[in-house]
Design a protein around this ligand. Structure first.
Ligand code: GDP
Length: 365
């Protein structure tokens, strides 16, 4: 399953955020190095379409998509050299598909900052530097080996050396690997195979105080400027307030509180949606009496590949897919009515599945 890792300096609000996005509970405390083991939780991906469809289909249950989330604590200056609890955590990051980088954008004298002052840009650079140093270590280890293999005439090694050298140059300038682009398919593949930490897609989360939940503050605006230069995404969230939002039992209470804050949607929901799109993930839906269910696939996948998400037999024996567009399902109010209106698509193996498609696969067993 797909994994997002939460990183950031101690006391920036990682555990707080983790607690409200995931079902698992991490300990949030005003104490650096508090979270020692990486905490793994499951996130359910909010999707209003499932609820709307359920109102039509009345299924036994609704099954949303899920994504794994890991709270990676213990990153401090010097982590790549084994300071604090550092090196171990860098290994945890390697196993994730995307990084959620939390930056402290709130003032609070009662919450210690490891570097004494509030400065999200400096904090970001501290974490980036540690990840970059780790990547450089990976690259240098590989480069000397692959250079020898390339010199002996190996083509794949030559490609890899080109990739390693390009990365090395960028990292030595304090840049993240993700800004380096490769033209050939071979180079792109070789780049992926390195699993560099700073090549992973990143989402910066500015953790602000409640008053700035809607419009952000000067700290978060500075982060936005820097992220823009990197082409990275930013999300403003008041993590401590999100804890309160998550605490409301009823939808109405939650809605009222969000309205007071001027928020259309909880930060947690926005975070999950962004992380999902960061990973280039989309959802197709199956709607039946038993369940209305969201299935996760990568943008660009064709019908048989998507069928394979449900069961490998569906992919092997794929004949065709019957596709209803979400808007049509809602507009006509039932599968039968959609059929009657001639809006049911019969698609073959080359059909590229679109986000929100309601799919029914026909296959040979
Ligand atoms: P972590 O070390 O990054 O996981 O940080 P925690 O989530 O444990 O938070 C450290 C402390 O800061 C806790 O006491 C939190 O309650 C507090 N905290 C987290 N977010 C905010 C915030 O937005 N505003 C304020 N004032 N405190 C916060």
């Amino acid at each position: 399953s797909l994994k997002c890792g939460i990183v950031g300096l101690p006391n920036v609000g990682k555990s707080t955020l983790f607690n409200c996005v995931s079902s698992a509970k991490a300990q949030a405390a005003n104490f650096p190095f508090c979270t020692i083991e990486p905490n793994v939780g499951m996130i359910t991906v909010p999707d209003e379409r499932l609820t709307k469809l359920a109102e039509i289909v009345h299924p036994g249950r609704i099954v949303p998509a899920t994504c794994e989330i890991v709270d990676i604590a213990g990153l401090v200056k010097g982590a790549s050299k084994g300071e604090g609890l550092g090196n171990k955590f860098l290994g945890n990051i390697r196993e994730t598909d995307a990084i959620i980088h939390v930056l402290r954008c709130f003032d609070d004298e009662n919450i210690t900052h490891v570097d004494g002052t509030i400065d999200p840009i400096r904090d970001k650079e501290i974490i980036d530097t540690e990840l970059q140093l780790k990547d450089l270590e990976t690259i240098e280890g590989r480069l000397s080996k692959q250079q020898k293999v390339a010199a002996a005439g190996n083509k794949d090694a030559k490609v890899e050396v080109t990739v390693l050298e390009a990365y090395k140059e960028a990292l030595e300038q304090g840049k993240n690997a993700r800004i380096v682009e490769f033209e050939s398919k071979e180079e792109q593949q070789a780049a992926r195979n390195l699993f560099l930490l700073t090549a992973k897609p990143v989402l910066y989360v500015c953790n602000v105080d409640e008053a700035s939940a809607k419009d952000g503050n000067d700290y978060s605006r500075r982060v936005e400027e820097i992220a823009k230069e990197e082409g990275a995404e930013v999300l403003v969230i008041a993590a401590k307030t999100e804890e309160d939002i998550a605490g409301f039992e009823s939808y109405e209470d939650k809605r009222m509180f969000l309205d007071e804050l001027g928020l259309e949607e909880s930060g947690v929901n926005r975070l999950i949606k962004k992380a999902y799109s960061l990973l280039d993930l989309q959802t197709f839906i199956t709607a039946g009496e038993m369940e209305v269910k969201a299935w996760t696939y990568k943008r660009g996948w064709k019908a048989p590949q998507c069928a394979g998400v449900i069961h490998s037999d569906f992919e092997k024996g794929f004949i065709r897919a019957e596709v209803i567009k979400y808007d049509d399902y809602i507009k006509y109010g039932s599968e039968a009515a959609v059929r009657e209106a001639g809006k049911l698509g019969i698609e073959g193996k080359d059909y590229v599945v679109q986000d929100g498609d309601i799919m029914h696969f026909r296959f040979n067993v």
